[in-house]
Structure formats: C-alpha cells, structure tokens
Write a protein that binds this ligand. Structure first.
Ligand code: AMP
Length: 394
C-alpha cells in the first residue's frame, strides 16, 4: 500500500514512494537540471544512492524516466494512488482533491497566480495519468491550508477592484508543511486538538510563518506570491514596493528585472554577497565576515518580529514550532530568535536547543507553556496520507 508523491518544480521533479501508514519510504529522488546536458535522475533506496544521466530531459522525459525506474524496482504493483504537490490553488481549493477534468481546469485558471509552478505541476498530472491510468490522482495544494484565513488577514489595503477583478489577496504557501507540523506539535506537546494556539515557522530556502488556531490557519506571512513575508535565502521578503520603481529608474532597467532580483538575488544572498545557504552564512559570520553577520542578524530580527505579529490573531501563544532545513538544524537561528521573543515568556534551554529538543519531545525552551519546539516537517508524507485517504473514499 504505497503512494507515489510527485513534486514538479520549475527545473526539477522530486519523487518518493511512501507507505502512508508506516511512513516508510521505499525510494525517493530527484530528476534535476532539467533541460540541461547534465540533467540526471538521482535516487535513494534503502539508504543506497544511485544516479543515471538523462541528458537534456525535460519534465515529461524525467517523469517517464521515474516511471521506468519504479517499474524496474518493482514498486508499481503496490501503488494505490499518485499525490501531486500543486503550488497555487488560488481561492479554489481549501483541501486536497481527487484530480478530475474540472480540477485540472481550475489549476489552469490559477496559472496567472503561479506562472512558474502551476504549468510543471500540470505536466506532472498529465504524464502520471498516462503512466498510471488505473490509479487515483490527487492534488495537494500549498495554498489550501490557509484558505481558512478571515478577510481581515487576507485582504490587502489596496483598491478593492484588484481583489474582485484580479484575485489580488494573500494566499500563503507551505500549507502542507504548516499543517503537518501543527498536527505533530499537538502529539508532542499534549495540547488539545480542539483548542490550541500555535505559531509555525517553516524556515528553508523559502521561509514562511503561520498562526494556527484550533487546527486552522488564521494568518500567514507569504502573500499573493511566495515573495512576501520574512527574509529568505534569495528572496527579500516584505520590502517597500516603491523600491522597484526607484531602483529601476536608477539602474535604467525594466521593473521586471528588479522584481526578479528581489526573488533571486536578495535575502541572505543579497545582504551577505556570499551565499543563500544559512550554513555558509553562519560559518562566515563566526569568522568575522561583517555582511554575513548582518544577514544573520536581519534574518532573526525580521523573523522574530513576524512571529510576534502572528500572536495578534491568536491573542495567546501555546507553542512556537520551528521546521524546515534552518528551523530543524540551526541552533544559532533558534537561539537568537527565541531571545528576541523573551517578552512572550520564552527562554531558550541551551542544552535542549543544541540537541534539537530530541530528548524532550522537541522542546527547546525552559518553559512548557508557552514553549518553542523543533518538529521535522514531512510534506511528502502528508501528501501520501491525503492521497491514501481520498483513494480509500473512491
Ligand atoms: P530546505 O529548503 O528546507 O531544504 O532548507 C535549506 C536551508 O536549510 C539552507 O539555508 C541550509 O543552509 C539550511 N540548513 C540545513 N542544515 C543546516 C544546519 N545544520 N545549520 C544551519 N542551516 C542549515
């Protein structure tokens, strides 16, 4: 009883075959550098890594190569469904959905909102339907978890026609991760599933935070696109939008290029001039690299301000959850961020933080209420569980 999970990004396809009940991963991998001569399919099975060149393979060829690999590994007979990560579901999806022609049409309608991600997501759906015609296919949307936000949280203070005519509003992303870690945090802390107030911080290359009240997202930092909110690896997060016009004029470049720089050349990379990788930033800062130190300082400062702001819709904090590559691994980011948030009643426990809270159910603060904790995310497992659930109902 396995589920194939597909995550078709703009230049890669990640995949995994997972047992949704035992959480056991049969195989996982990535087809990367798509379109380039050095494109390859890399995978891991039972702890052993393997790779095969797929020169110039695009999304479609990569998906077929994944299909062939699963056949060779004898993993297709056990499949009960295929779960697709879909990035932008606009306001159309508030939960995971069995893929139907109507659902495909709605994902197509959301292309203007997710121009880089929705088209490859749709290729993944089309090719998987062809490769596995008898299997249910399920769409799991990054935006869906945040559809419970009230208008006061999702409406931008801009001309209202922009919302009505062009769907300009906050959608939020990383919903699958926020939902997964919020659920896990309840098990770890013993908080009631009916009554809890959590702030979740997904800190990876992309970073977003969410306020979760009684299982529902009530606010989040990312917006119409994943550019808004906290500082990230290469994304600026929230900045004064007038910067775009100002810098475009100053450099004599089109505004689109400046927007591109806010997405790809800003954040940790932009400030440090060194790297978008938090490990490199921390190492360089420790060696006295001034701009790496500034990048680290801004990252934690902006993060703490955003986390504190998310307590407003909750009115009270039970737990702050750290997840994602940085949230799960960076002792320094967690320590500094929690230090900024001392006024909420959080005090870091240095020993527990150094061991990522492993010996005390993820908890890294001295206090139990409220507490900060580390919860490893597993978006693939969440997608596999949703897919299995929907496949069972059919
Ligand atoms: P993700 O997108 O979730 O894979 O996270 C990627 C980010 O996690 C990168 O910025 C990495 O530098 C960061 N990361 C991974 N391991 C560590 C670590 N041990 N310390 C600090 N940052 C880390």
């Amino acid at each position: 009883m396995d589920v194939l999970v597909l995550n078709c990004g703009s230049s890669s396809v990640k995949f995994a075959v997972i047992d949704p009940v035992s959480s056991q991963e049969e195989v996982s991998g990535i087809a990367q550098r798509l379109g380039a001569p050095e494109a390859s399919l890399d995978w891991k099975r039972h702890g052993k890594k393997d790779t095969r060149p797929t020169p110039r393979a695009g999304h479609e060829e990569a998906l077929r190569a994944i299909g062939n690999l699963l056949n060779e590994l004898g993993l297709t007979d056990e499949l009960i469904g295929v779960g697709h990560r879909v990035v932008h579901g606009g306001s159309k999806f508030s939960g995971s959905m069995a893929i139907t022609p109507e659902v495909i049409a709605m994902v197509e309608e959301c292309i203007p909102l997710g121009p880089l991600h929705n088209p490859p997501n749709l290729v993944g759906i089309r090719v998987a339907q062809e490769l596995f015609p008898g299997l249910p296919q399920v769409g799991v949307f990054d935006t869906a978890f945040h559809q419970t936000m009230p208008p006061v949280a999702y409406t931008y203070p801009v001309p209202h026609e922009w919302l009505e005519a062009h769907s300009v509003r906050r959608y939020g992303f990383h919903g699958t991760s926020h939902r997964f870690v919020a659920k896990q945090a309840l098990h770890l802390t013993g908080l009631s599933p009916e009554k809890h107030r959590l702030v979740t911080a997904h800190l990876g290359n992309g970073c977003s935070c969410a306020a979760v009240r009684d299982g529902k997202s009530v606010d989040t930092t990312m917006g119409l696109t994943p550019l808004e909110g906290v500082m990230m690896g290469t994304r600026s997060g929230s900045v004064d939008p007038a910067i775009i016009d100002h810098v475009a004029k100053a450099l004599g470049k089109p505004e689109r290029e400046i927007l591109d720089a806010l997405n790809k050349k800003s954040g940790l990379l932009g400030v440090s001039g060194l790297s978008n990788d938090m490990r490199t930033i921390e190492d360089a800062a420790a060696r006295g690299h001034e701009r790496a130190r500034l990048a680290f300082d801004i990252f934690c400062y902006v993060l703490a301000k955003s986390l504190a702001a998310l307590v407003v819709p909750l009115g009270h904090l039970d737990a702050l959850v750290f997840t994602g590559g940085i949230g799960e691994n960076s002792v320094a980011v967690r320590a500094r961020t929690v230090e900024h948030l001392g006024f909420l009643g959080l005090t870091i426990d240095p020993h527990a933080n150094a061991t990522h809270g492993r010996s005390q159910n993820g908890r890294i603060t001295e206090e139990i209420r409220p507490q900060a904790l580390v919860v490893p995310t597993n978006e693939e497992l969440m997608i596999a569980q949703d897919t299995a659930e929907i496949a069972r109902r059919r």
